[in-house]
Design a protein around this ligand. Structure first.
Ligand SMILES: Cc1cc2nc3c(=O)[nH]c(=O)nc-3n(C[C@H](O)[C@H](O)[C@H](O)COP(=O)(O)OP(=O)(O)OC[C@H]3O[C@@H](n4cnc5c(N)ncnc54)[C@H](O)[C@@H]3O)c2cc1C
Length: 452
């Protein structure tokens, strides 16, 4: 049996996966279509090209979930973090890098590795045999996209993100909002209380619509086509179609009674739906948007009950190929229908350079360990790596699955710690301490197995 690991896509995830597997002694071939086949966002033929911002975001490993992910990747000898550190630019607490030298050094490190070779060709079919990782990212080529859709079913492969903002549940003001499903639908009490509702008066609604219309919006990139619009209109586009459109759409006030003011019918209602099994995150239903991030925070805080809300992620709409991982992948990131193929990176439904590289790191280690005959258990849910992989392969709601950044809402709560904004500092420190211990232990086991 051939022990070579093939990786399709030499971006953030593919590069990190190759590095990890090669260091565990495996022969690795990276199949990268650039520079022969271009995407609308990449400019070079380098591996690990940063397509937009040059930041890996916060480097604070005590108070920030993405900083914690940096820490865990560094502890695992991650190539992306090593080269980011080498080409670091001054950026306060953020890890910003000089993008071209960064990508050049990742490319140089991989091409110089005795176990790695790069095949600069596009792959357009799903392989029948061998060991594979698909890490082709948000701009997966059309041919391969078609092959994945044929294998998984077209409704399990998305070509666009239409992300509604996600709010930390403990920052919603429940003295204004209340739990109730429309018309109390559902068999169980949990189903009848599945939504959190935020009521608006007429004046509040009118002011909200004015702000939506005036807010700064981002434009679509070239190549981000229409057609998408049929299914999922941004809220500001709905508002442009008429001031009442939202009140007859996602903000309709019917089938709901406000227990704080039972005699007063709300003029409009914003609904939030549970976004993870832990119940720590809620998405604002139907609020996909092209508003700029600063504008989103200002506009959404106008919603009564969300005036002090913290957002685990803001909304967005852009070209992004990703699979429905909760239904398609097992906890080792293997395609259930073809377990010799793993997925990694943004195509699994994580979002961002760091998260994508992190999932590459795990997929590379897991694939190598399996091929070498010492399979790894998946990482503990209390680590940032574990929280993320657990979310995409099981914790997230499959029906509403949308790409996710790493954030503390994905972590199991710790009993006895204060909730809300006031307790945040101690809570985050407790999460990051717990995560580091859990990750260190898993890593020691993983390294010991690799050395066998
Ligand atoms: C326009 C745009 C802007 C973005 N801005 C940011 C940002 O500012 N910050 C951030 O954190 N994230 C951003 N992202 C998300 C970012 O792309 C991902 O976070 C990250 O690059 C994903 O890593 P990846 O390895 O999964 O995919 P990529 O890094 O995109 O790597 C995938 C690789 O696969 C190759 N490939 C595709 N199809 C094939 C095929 N069939 N055969 C062979 N090779 C193939 C591609 O050429 C590419 O090199 C942006 C995405 C887009 C589309």
């Amino acid at each position: 049996m051939d022990k070579t690991l093939h990786i399709i896509g030499g971006g953030m995830a593919g590069s990190e996966a190759a590095w990890q597997a090669a260091n565990m002694g495996l022969r690795v071939v990276i199949h990268e279509m650039r520079p022969k086949v271009a995407t609308f966002a990449h400019r070079t033929g380098h591996l690990a090209e940063m397509v937009c911002s040059n930041s890996f975001r916060s480097d604070d490993d005590e108070q920030n979930a993405v900083g914690l992910l940096h820490w865990e990747m560094r502890a695992a000898g991650g190539l992306i973090m090593e080269m980011a550190q080498k080409h670091r630019l001054p950026a306060g607490g953020a890890l910003a890098v000089d993008r071209d030298p960064f990508a050049e050094s990742v490319t140089a490190a991989l091409t110089a590795h005795p176990n790695v070779s790069v095949d600069y060709n596009e792959i357009t079919t799903l392989p029948d045999t061998g060991h594979w990782i698909i890490a082709t990212g948000p701009l997966t080529s059309e041919g391969l996209g078609r092959a994945i859709a044929a294998e998984t079913g077209t409704d399990a492969l998305a070509f666009f993100d239409a992300i509604a903002p996600i709010v930390y549940a403990d920052t919603i003001d429940m003295s204004i909002a209340w739990e109730q499903s429309r018309y109390d639908k559902g068999e169980t009490e949990a189903e009848q209380k599945a939504y959190i509702n935020c009521p608006m008066t007429k004046d509040q609604y009118e002011a909200f619509i004015d702000s939506l219309l005036a807010a700064d919006k981002t434009e679509f990139h070239e190549g981000e086509t229409a057609g998408y619009f049929d299914g999922c209109l941004p809220i500001e586009v709905m508002a442009e179609r008429g001031r009442e459109t939202l009140r007859f759409g996602p903000m309709k006030p019917v089938g709901l009674t406000n227990p704080h003011q039972p005699d007063k019918k709300p003029y409009a209602v914003v609904q939030l739906r549970r976004d993870n099994a832990l119940g720590t995150l809620y998405n604002i239903v139907g609020f996909q948007t092209k508003m700029k991030y600063g504008a989103q925070t200002a506009v959404f805080k106008m919603i009564p009950g969300l005036q002090d809300a913290s957002f685990a992620r803001l909304g967005g709409i852009h070209r992004n190929t990703f699979i429905n991982s909760p239904t398609l992948l097992d906890d080792q990131m293997r395609l259930r229908s073809r377990p010799h193929i793993r997925f990694a990176g943004q195509i699994t439904g994580v979002e961002g350079y760091v998260e994508s590289a992190a999932m590459g790191l795990l997929a590379g280690r897991m694939a190598a360990a399996e091929i070498l005959g010492h399979p790894l258990i998946s990482p503990p849910q209390d680590s940032a790596m574990g929280a993320l992989i657990h979310h995409i392969t099981g914790g997230a709601e499959a029906k509403t699955f949308q790409p996710m950044n790493v954030n503390f809402g994905l972590f199991r709560p710790i009993d006895g710690l204060k909730g809300g904004r006031r307790g945040r500092k101690d809570r985050y420190k407790a999460y990051t301490d717990r995560a580091k211990a859990a990750w260190t232990e898993w890593l020691a086991g993983s390294n010991a197995m690799a050395a066998q």
